[in-house]
Design a protein around this ligand. Sequence first.
Ligand SMILES: NC(=O)c1ccc[n+]([C@@H]2O[C@H](COP(=O)([O-])OP(=O)(O)OC[C@H]3O[C@@H](n4cnc5c(N)ncnc54)[C@H](OP(=O)(O)O)[C@@H]3O)[C@@H](O)[C@H]2O)c1
Length: 331
Amino acid sequence: MKAIFNTIAGDPHGIQIKETTQPQPEDNQVLVQVAAVALNVVDMTNFKNYYKTNSVKSQTKLLDKLYVHGEGKILGADFAGTVKKVGKNVRKFKIGDAVMGISDDYLNGSWAEYIAFSESNVVLKPERLSFEEAAAIPTTGGTALTAIEKADIQSGQNILINGATGGVGLYALQITKALGAKVTAVVSGRNAEFVRKYGADKVVDYHQVDITQDKNETTFDVIVAINGYHPLYRYKKMLDKQGNYVAIGGVKQAIAAMLLGKISTIGSQKQMGAISLFSAREDWLANLQNIINQSDFQPYLDRVFSWQDVDQAMAYGCTQHLKGKVVMKID
Ligand SMILES: NC(=O)c1ccc[n+]([C@@H]2O[C@H](COP(=O)([O-])OP(=O)(O)OC[C@H]3O[C@@H](n4cnc5c(N)ncnc54)[C@H](OP(=O)(O)O)[C@@H]3O)[C@@H](O)[C@H]2O)c1
């Protein structure tokens, strides 16, 4: 079979489709013929700098050694496809099932014709979604859901999502709406109509208004801050008395929220924190699947590439201001 390998740390020219041995499922695993895979931040981080500088930083070469899909490994984590074989302890799936999922602890890459992953990391693909749409969900949908669970979002609450057009933000918006909350979405003005279609009740253009400094703005029960973008103390002022703040991504802001969040809220009922690196849990894919089946949750695919054009897909994925997700068809 063929798979996409990372052959030169941090250099996108080293991303190649190569022949390799087809995996065999262990007792608790399913073998899936992959139809589509998603690009996630974790797949692109080590390559992003190359597009700006045409070189690989020595720091990136070092980081690549710690990276789960470093030099010599198959890239990718999220996938959708069809079950071709099941291990002897597998109970949830049979041959021919259409499924979506995520690699076990990100260890084995999913950008391959066949993958063997634990059944706990796989669920049936919602029927109304295509393979490409389903592949676009696991990591970013799981990240959005983890943040929403951490913030304990409830029906009727007033929620701010700062950065609602990207992969995580658009899922956070849709899951929050499915829970019956009211959402203010902060995005570029050109994306205002786009996020309204996905349920935003109010839209703020961050090019026009800094919401954290706007004296006319209301306070919120929950703030989901994608990439932070503003200092923690300003978000704190925007929280209701018992409000929750969760940062996603934005390394400095997320670390600040994790380290200072507890200290800065001592003596108040507010809570401030961040979600750390997302890791798959037994129930999260099933929870996402329920939300998809019970609401009009719909992934938005910014671009769909053939995996033969992985170089173009990576270059595109590494640009700024994408809407929703970038996926590749394994054709
Ligand atoms: N913890 C985990 O396991 C995990 C998993 C996946 C992703 N992440 C992290 O989550 C973060 C989000 O990724 P993503 O793919 O959803 O999104 P992204 O592409 O980083 O999206 C950024 C969003 O922020 C908006 N934005 C840009 N500049 C802004 C500003 N100055 N003020 C307010 N909003 C601004 C953008 O709006 P416009 O495009 O409309 O301008 C867009 O909605 C990344 O940092 C990623 O590393 C973490």
